[in-house]
Design a binder for this molecule. Sequence first.
Ligand SMILES: [Zn+2]
Length: 299
Amino acid sequence: MQDKIRLLVIGAHPADIFDQSGGTMAHHTSRGDWVGCIVLTHGARIHDRVISDSMYHRSEVPEGDELSRMMAQRSDVKAREVVAACAIIGVHEQDIFFFGEDDAVLQVTKENVHRLASMIRQLKPNVVITHFPKEYGGIGNPHAVAGQIVMEALFLAAGVDPGDRHPPHRVAQVFFFGQGAAHVRSGLWSAEGGFYNDIFIDISDVAHLKIACLDAMFSQGYGGAYARKRIETSDGAMGDYAGVGYAEGFIRNHSTVCRYLPVSEMDLQKTQLSDHENIQRRSFKLDESKIPKVALIDK
Ligand SMILES: [Zn+2]
C-alpha cells in the first residue's frame, strides 16, 4: 500500500493546473492524498473574456486607472473560477493559494523565489507538479519562467531563511507538465528536444470531471467546445500513446530510485489484453451525459 502523499501543483495561470493535471489531481484527492495548489499570477491578461478579448478590436483601451480597476475585478472572477473548479476534483478551498503576481511580465526574482520557498516550507509537499522550465526553450514563455521560479524556490526551501521559522523542506520528486514541452514540437524554441513524457497517468475515469473544471474556466474561453476539443486532441493523443482512453503526461525531474524495478499495475494489465482489447481500451470516449454541470461565475 502506497503511503499517502502531499501533492502541490503550481501553475503560472489560473487554468494551467486543470488543463495540465486536473485528472491526476482528481485521482490523488480520491485516494485521500492532500492536494494543494498555488496559482502564481492572477491571469487577468490571459485570454480573459473582458480584458484581452473585448479590448482586442477597440481603437483605444481605457485609461490606466480604469483598466487597472477592471483587471482587479477580472482577477477576482478568475480566482473564484479556480475555487469552483477545484471543488469538482476534491481540492479544498483552504488548500488553494493565490500568489498574486501580475501576469504582465513574470520573472525569476529574489522576492518571488523567497516567498514561494517559504510557502513550500509551510505546506511541506512530498511531490510537486509544475511547468517544464525549458518549455519552448524557456524564452518568452511565462510557463517556463514559472517552472524556473519553482525550481529555484525548491532549492531555497531545502535550507533555512532568516524571517521564516519553518524548518528546511525537501520534496521527493518534481513532475513537469508534459503537454507542450515534450509532446508536440510546434515552434523554433520547442524544437530543441532531448526530453519526453516518461510518465502517463490514465485519467479516463475522471476525464468528465476535468472537462467540468475547464467548463468552469468560462472567463478564459475554455468551457464548452474548447474543453471537449482539448481533451480529445491533447489528453486523447497522450492516451493513445499510453494505450488508454485519455492520459496526462509528465516528465520526471530526476530518476526514480527503487529497491525493485518499477512495473506499474497498468503496465502489467496491458500485457493481459489482446490486440483488439488494447484498441478497445484506447477507444474509450467521454460520455457527455456524465460531465457535471457547473454554475458559471462569469456570465
Ligand atoms: Zn498558462
